[in-house]
Write a protein that binds this ligand. Structure first.
Ligand SMILES: *[C@@H]1O[C@H](CO)[C@@H](O)[C@H](O)[C@H]1NC(C)=O
Length: 423
């Protein structure tokens, strides 16, 4: 190793300091669902008396990059899920807030949520459910072909404000990391797998406050405002005799029939045909209006109802994280949750968990798919044999049971509608 000069030592020291600073953020909550997770999470009784509360499975799933890295997975179809954990209350006033978690939809999700909520104040965790007020809701939501998006809902004064930007979510059956960053300068970013997918201003991408500028309601279009783009050409005059051209003329080719008897049949007149010279009623040509002023628009003025809220991005109390879902088909697995004030720390957490295992997970998934296909092919072969047997049987005994109708089709449609109504 070459001998370093003093300045490189200083630089090295600086770099070391900088890297310490980069990871010096505060972690408000972190959950890897290792042993003991059940003591931190409270399963809600919501929907229990209707027998509609689903069970969570502590597992790394059917395919994974590390069998020891478990999360919690919805395990029953057509169920509601509600679970939450408490952490020391904090406010994100004047600081950055990072909410991040990973989610994997092993079931090839057709309709259901994969989002989490941050709640404040006092929440009866045993009663946590769909109606429990929350501060932030964030994460993917899929229903049918129309809804495949990342929700980012901010609640202010009891009103849920959805992000106005469309942020598509991942739709495959692998683990993905969703990150929401809200900064004290009222900007935000949404990341999927550590890549920024959307960013901007909380002021602009949510309608939390009334608009800063509005159209002046007092303004009126001036009487002499000329908003006609085209006008009749004053130079264009009706040609002399134009109106004398008849619409129809006697057919010049018509001949009086030989056997026409003027006395008996009356005077013969030729039948009429449309006049090729006739051009319809005369209309003045249109020309561009030289005085055209454009469409009139009311001037924008400051909205008297706008009151700036410098803490538009902030929540006084963040105290719980909750997962509250409706799932038609279960199999959504949550893991590696972090709530921090340091995006670099969250990024590193994702690198150390999801990124480290994603190749192995993909390989395990491909393997599982291959196995499934082989099994299905083998089964299809058997079914063909069965079918032949059945055909023979059907020939022998007519009047078998009808095949079972695929009710799940109807069921998932209902569920989609329900999810839409609930959101
Ligand atoms: C939990 O998940 C594992 C892995 O997918 C599965 O083998 C097991 O059957 C699941 N248990 C329940 C109760 O769903």
């Amino acid at each position: 190793m070459a001998i370093r000069g003093g300045s490189s030592f200083a630089l090295a020291a600086l770099l070391a300091l900088a890297s310490v600073a980069a990871v010096a953020g505060e972690v408000f909550f972190q959950e890897k669902f290792e042993d003991g997770w059940e003591s931190r999470w409270v399963k809600s009784d919501w929907k229990k008396d209707e027998n509609m509360a689903g069970e969570w499975n502590h597992t790394s799933g059917k395919w994974n990059g590390d069998a020891e890295d478990k999360g919690i997975q919805t395990s029953e179809d057509y169920r509601f899920y509600a679970i939450s954990a408490e952490y020391p209350e904090f406010s994100n006033k004047d600081k950055t807030l990072v909410l991040q978690f990973s989610v994997k939809h092993e079931q090839k999700l057709d309709c259901g949520g994969g989002y989490v909520k941050l709640l404040g104040g006092d929440v009866d965790q045993k009663k946590f459910g769909g109606d429990t007020p929350y501060s932030i809701m964030f994460g993917p939501d899929i229903c049918g072909y129309s809804t495949k998006k990342v929700h980012a809902i901010l609640t202010k004064d009891g009103k849920n404000h959805l992000i106005k930007k469309d942020v598509p979510c991942e739709t495959d059956q692998l683990t993905h990391v969703y990150t929401l960053i809200i900064r004290p300068d009222a900007t935000y970013s949404i990341l999927i797998d550590n890549e920024e997918k959307q960013t901007g201003s909380v002021y602009e991408h949510w309608d939390i406050l009334p608009p800063k500028k509005i159209k002046d309601p007092e303004a009126k279009k001036p009487e002499d405002w000329d908003d006609k783009e085209y006008i009749p050409d004053p130079e264009d005059k009706k040609p002399e005799g134009y109106d004398d051209i008849p619409k129809e003329i006697p057919d010049p080719d018509a001949k009086k029939p030989e056997d026409w008897d003027d006395e008996e049949d009356g005077e013969w007149t030729a039948p009429t045909i449309p006049n090729p010279e006739y051009k319809g009623p005369w209309k003045q040509k249109k020309i561009k209006n030289p005085n055209y002023q454009g469409k009139w628009k009311a001037p924008m003025i400051d909205n008297p109802d706008f009151k700036d809220d410098p803490y538009i991005y902030a929540f006084d109390s963040l105290k719980y994280i909750g997962i509250e879902l409706w799932q038609v088909k279960s199999g959504t697995l949550f893991d590696n949750i972090i709530i921090t004030d340091d995006p670099a720390l969250a990024k590193k957490f994702a690198e150390d968990t999801w990124a480290k295992h994603k190749e192995a997970e993909k390989a395990a998934f491909d393997e599982a798919e291959k196995k499934k296909e082989e099994e299905e092919a083998a089964k299809a072969g058997e079914d063909d044999d069965d079918l032949e047997d059945e055909e023979v049987a059907a020939d022998l005994a007519v009047g078998q049971d009808l095949p079972v109708l695929p009710f799940f089709v109807i069921r998932s449609f209902d569920a989609c509608v329900e999810t839409l109504l609930r959101s």
